[in-house]
Design a binder for this molecule. Structure first.
Ligand code: FMN
Length: 235
């Protein structure tokens, strides 16, 4: 698959077959993703690859925390709910994705139990057979580490497709960093940034068919020095 095809066809996968992902495949993927650019070639990423019993424990404890009402608290990509709420456009887009997913999964608006189950599934990394946790040394400032690690993450998600693997970037799964630390030993000197759920897509899982929308070019691209006129206007 060429890179443009991968970028165009990548989508989040939230339902996986039980088949394990061979460690050799994960090793190859991580090696490929480490070709990602990073500022000053810092390569700040650390990848903890988790499967089997360890992953089961993490999933159970994530759900236990959530059920006990412990507020999710990511270490780096924390959002400010007040600020988000003031941005109706972002809220709108978030609602659009949720509608698509709930629609595909036939979870009705008033189905509180179904919605909760879906949320639990997110905190269980959508039951992927393997998960990769990305962290980086605290020695770098938050935006620098996050930006660099993001390039690694996108590279990995695209490369995974060449191995018939699906991925879902997983913020929910790392919302209780102390749980991840307890089972992986990620040191306090590193910040846990994000997780990636990875596995072979289950073709029967309806949410895997969801294609999220994108704004058209003219909604986000601003042009300078191209002259005015029809030659650069979107059709
Ligand atoms: C930083 C980041 C965190 C994300 N965290 C989650 C998550 O916790 N749960 C989830 O279901 N999807 C998560 N996603 C996936 C996004 O919802 C998804 O990429 C977006 O809706 C666009 O859909 P697509 O990936 O299918 O193109 C995350 C994506 C990013 C980039």
């Amino acid at each position: 698959m060429n890179v443009v095809e991968s970028i165009r066809s990548r989508k989040s996968i939230r339902g996986y077959k039980d088949d394990p992902v061979p460690a050799a495949v994960l090793e190859e993927l991580l090696t490929i993703a480490s070709q990602a650019p990073s500022s000053r070639n810092f390569q700040p990423w650390k990848a903890d690859v988790i499967a089997g019993e360890v992953l089961e424990r993490i999933k159970e404890e994530n759900v236990a925390q959530l059920s006990a009402g412990v507020w999710p608290h990511v270490e780096v990509l924390a959002e400010d709910p007040q600020k988000e709420a003031r941005e109706p456009l972002f809220r709108q887009r978030q609602i659009a994705v949720a509608k698509q997913l709930f629609g595909a999964m036939r979870i009705a608006r008033g189905d509180a139990w179904g919605r909760q189950e879906w949320m639990f599934k997110g905190f269980r990394f959508y039951d992927a057979p393997a998960v990769i946790i990305l962290s980086a040394p605290d020695a770098l400032s938050g935006p620098v580490m996050a930006f660099n690690v993001a390039l690694f993450v996108q590279s990995l998600c695209l490369a995974a497709m060449d191995f018939q693997l699906g991925t879902c970037i997983a913020q929910q799964g790392v919302s209780y960093p102390e749980v991840i630390r307890r089972h992986t030993g990620i040191p306090e000197s590193e910040r846990i940034i994000i997780g990636i759920s990875i596995g072979y897509p289950d073709p029967a899982f309806a949410a895997n068919d969801v294609r999220t929308e994108r704004e058209p070019l003219h909604a986000f691209a601003r042009w300078h020095g191209f002259g005015e006129g029809s030659e650069r206007r979107p059709r």
